[in-house]
Design a protein around this ligand. Structure first.
Ligand code: COA
Length: 322
């Protein structure tokens, strides 16, 4: 069985930056409320960009940096809960925009756990497709799922894309464990993106915009992420203190700090990009990884932990030797 090695990382953010002060001009909120409760100061918001164009930007950067021949790439997975259309998939459109053709491209929706689910899927796919390389991206334009009148959710989200080029390798010490769960009984605590239904007298199923029970999601995230990380370390037969860095889904700094406390790990090992990006769902872990690699924080040989959580309610942890 082959496993996957991350060859390189890339990210693509929309040009427009919206600050907390900008938001306080259009809704009853303040920089003080948002930053003290979430750690967020700014977020990128797509104007011209789309989920597919951001993902295509990531693909182009990955290929340019690595000089890999596109003919050797077996698949492109775009983890997203905000594709531009149901069909074609964001991955198919991104492949087209990146000037590629003939690569298996599909979307995977596990909401904010999407990158952990897609990365784990990629490790199986390199075996079943017997290919040399694959691309795993998280790309989101959540701004279109936001009700800009609703201060309880609008201040939390941002747009962006990040991804990795992976290579199939015969190494035991790469993807050390994955723990993926969907607690579907709690699915209704966080929803978005119901499509309109018409004709045949069909009933509306839900809102197109984010609907969230913030307290329930906070309590789910802190309990289940710490449990998922512990379960993944048990599977890998490693100690939590073996980890060099934790890259959690960037939803709220308070959630990250609480998970660190529950695990008994110093908060300084938990990387963060919340201040500048907000919650970008499936894009948050790969953009944070790219940022942290480029800053020289995440280095070859280190043990890193990805842990996503969100709608579903889903939670997914990957322990990986970078
Ligand atoms: N600006 C100003 N006031 C706001 C506000 C905003 N953007 N949003 C809510 N408020 C108000 C509320 O109306 C409430 O006012 P009231 O006391 O007069 O009723 C008050 O602030 C407190 O609201 P509350 O919901 O109790 O705040 P909180 O401390 O629980 O923080 C969240 C709210 C959303 C930040 C927090 O619950 C959270 O982080 N939950 C997890 C959400 C998440 O991460 N979701 C994505 C997971 S992928």
């Amino acid at each position: 069985m082959k496993t996957i090695k991350i060859v390189n990382t890339a990210s693509q953010l929309p040009e427009k930056i919206v600050s907390n002060d900008d938001l306080s001009k259009i809704m009853d909120t303040s920089d003080e409320w948002i930053s003290s409760r979430t750690g967020i100061k700014n977020r990128h918001i797509a104007v011209e960009e789309t989920t597919a164009s951001l993902a295509a930007g990531v693909i182009k950067k990955l290929l340019l940096q690595s000089q890999v021949d596109p003919a050797e790439i077996g698949f492109i997975i775009v983890a997203t809960m905000s594709p531009d259309s149901t069909a074609p998939a964001a991955a198919a459109k991104a492949e087209q925009l990146a000037g590629l053709n003939g690569i298996a491209a599909f979307d995977l929706n596990a909401a904010c756990s999407g990158f952990a689910f897609a990365f784990t899927t990629a490790s199986g796919l390199v075996n079943s497709l017997d290919c040399k390389y694959g691309i795993v991206i998280g790309s989101e334009t959540l701004s279109k799922l936001v009700d800009w009148q609703d201060r309880r959710t609008a201040v939390l989200f941002g747009d962006g894309a990040g991804g990795v080029l992976v290579q199939a390798v015969d190494e035991d010490e790469r993807l050390l464990a994955s723990d993926l769960k969907t607690l579907a009984g709690d699915a209704d605590y966080l929803t978005a993106g119901f499509l309109p239904r018409q004709g045949w007298g069909q009933k509306k199923l839900g809102s197109p915009y984010f609907q969230m029970d913030g307290h329930a999601v906070y309590s789910f995230a802190t309990r289940q992420v710490s449990r998922s990380i512990s379960d993944a370390f048990a599977k890998a037969k490693l100690k939590i203190t073996d980890a060099d860095w934790f890259l959690l889904h960037q939803a709220n700094q308070r959630i990250i700090d609480k998970v660190a406390d529950l695990l008994g790990v110093s908060q300084k090992f938990f990387l963060s990009s919340l201040k500048d990006y907000g919650n970008t769902s499936a894009a948050s872990i790969p953009t944070l990884l790219d940022l942290s690699v480029k800053k020289g924080l995440v280095k070859r040989g280190q043990l890193i932990v990805f842990s996503g959580f969100g709608a579903g309610l889903s939670v997914g942890t990957v322990i990986y030797r970078y």
